[in-house]
Design a protein around this ligand. Structure first.
Ligand code: 4AD
Ligand code: MG
Length: 464
């Protein structure tokens, strides 16, 4: 017999049957010659109670070796549990201790640790209730995302991590030298890129969008799901230097079709997670943020609000709020503005469309209807988070795109392949990017984005 997952035992196993379980000890209690272990294997929030009686020949030795954090395997018989909140417990017939954990030094003792402290031990925090729940929900989100697109016939396109093009044109790219460490040590500074592996400056990608467009021009509907990097001020609760992004790209699609897909997509993920992770979601509602369920319902039950940027500015100007940052047509919306719209004014997810041309990227389609002052961009603002999705209809006209590239001070030669897509079989197309960690933050109610990714990259957190 092989060991079962603890969640399966707790849900389905019958008393008076044999079972094996393995995991890490959360707590150990001893009373009158009986020891009780709470065992967790990460399959759920719940622990399996293991009862070890003195009748076990190696009792003394085993109990001495076991402490919070130890890894053990237990074989025995399941019995109906007299304890509250659990159906069954495992009465041990044999116990194998794999790795002990010294209580003097093991940092995760039975008390509440702050998230700040747990960030300093990111190698151990997955063993806590909160991070167990976060990473299970993160996994469910990833599953939901693939399922959503696969059900609709989208092709998952793998786009490069190392790239020469700055998709967002914001100059927030990490440079990749391509030199190995020896060569780097020898090279005169600054790096001579002609000697470099790639022969020119390359960077970690900020977005897979441009390459997703290539794939969409052959497969019609595609999506990316991969890591992206931004060398921007990541010292906020919503920014990471390394984060994951999901970027669908659809040929034969306009901005309205793009917004429809994004809305269906978010609704689908939330429904999926509520169904697959009910215990974890209850935990977040009760222990982390009492708005979690209300926010989920806002996504699922309500039609998202849709307004233009120009309307958004008017609402903000008329709000009589004392915003820290100025509100003026032509300036970007700041987090406080986004939150006012989604949280206070509409109290539901809000899609803002048609932004001024001056604050958006070169690839967005120019609106002809308003003397070319705006582009077909959209941002989805979520209550409690602000921008969670950014997207647009893309400029499919060769001449307009070329002049936009030049106007932004970029070199059209660098984008020859991107322009080729407009030379050969160009078609209206659109797509968006969902920040995966912002999604997980929103679903779980976790306050800091560094607490929804297993290994956050920031100046303080880059050891592993
Ligand atoms: O709005 P952004 O910059 O859009 C793009 O990159 C487009 N190329 C997407 C597309 O149209 N295919 O980023 C998209 C989303 C944001 O809405 C936000 O959720 C997330 O990515 N994001 C970040 N998440 C964490 N840390 C950061 N530093 C982020 N920057 C953006
Ligand atoms: Mg954006």
């Amino acid at each position: 017999m092989s060991p079962s997952r603890i969640i399966d035992l707790l849900r389905h196993a019958q008393p008076e049957t044999s079972a094996q379980a393995q995991g890490w000890v959360r707590t150990k209690r001893e009373a009158k010659g009986i020891a009780f272990l709470e065992l967790n294997d990460g399959s759920s929030l719940q622990n399996l109670q293991v009862v070890i009686s003195q009748d076990l020949p190696e009792y003394e030795q085993v109990i001495k070796a076991i402490a919070t954090g130890a890894a053990v395997k237990v074989a025995g018989k399941l019995v109906a549990s007299p304890g509250k909140g659990q159906r069954i417990e495992l009465s041990a017939e044999s116990v194998e201790v794999f790795g002990t954990a010294d209580p003097e030094t093991y940092p995760l003792q039975k008390k509440r640790h702050s998230f700040e402290f747990l960030r300093t031990i990111a190698h151990l925090r997955p063993r806590t209730n909160t991070f167990g729940a976060v990473f299970r929900v993160r996994n469910a989100c990833a599953y939901a995302i693939h399922q959503f697109f696969q059900e609709r016939g989208f092709i998952w396109a793998h786009t490069p991590i190392i790239t020469a093009s700055d998709c967002e044109g914001a100059g927030e790219m990490f440079a990749v030298t391509g030199l190995n460490l020896d060569k780097l040590a020898q090279s005169s500074k600054p790096v001579d890129y002609s000697q470099d592996f790639f022969g020119k400056p390359t960077f970690l990608t900020v977005s897979g969008q441009l390459e997703a467009e290539i794939m969409a021009m052959a497969f019609s509907n595609v999506y990316t799901f991969g890591p992206t990097f931004r060398a921007e001020n990541s010292n906020t609760s919503r920014h990471l230097a390394e984060f994951w992004m999901i970027e669908p790209e659809m040929a034969f699609c306009d901005l309205e079709g793009n917004a429809d897909l994004a809305e269906d997509f978010l609704k689908y993920i939330f429904n999926f997670v509520l169904e697959k992770c009910p215990e974890d979601m209850t935990f977040f509602q009760e222990r982390i943020n009492d708005q979690v369920m209300a926010n989920a319902r806002k996504i699922i039950d309500q039609k998202f609000e849709r307004i233009t940027y120009t309307e958004a500015i008017r609402l903000l100007e008329n709000s009589n709020k004392n915003f820290e940052f100025p509100v003026k047509w032509g300036l970007d919306l700041q987090s406080e503005h986004e939150r006012y719209l989604a949280e206070e004014f509409f109290q539901k997810p809000t899609i803002v469309m048609d932004y001024p041309i001056g604050i958006k990227s070169f690839y967005m389609r120019v609106n002809d209807s308003d003397s070319q002052q705006t582009v077909r961009a959209m941002d989805i603002l979520a209550p409690g988070i602000g921008e969670i999705i950014g997207g647009s209809q893309r400029e499919e006209r060769l001449d307009v795109l070329e002049s936009r590239i030049k106007a932004m001070g970029l070199n059209p030669e660098d984008y020859w392949w991107y322009l080729d897509l407009r030379r050969y079989g160009s078609v209206p197309h659109a797509g968006f990017g969902l920040g995966f960690e912002r999604l997980v933050q929103f679903i779980t109610g976790m306050g800091n984005i560094r607490d929804v990714i297993p290994f956050p990259r920031s100046p303080l957190n880059a050891d592993f």
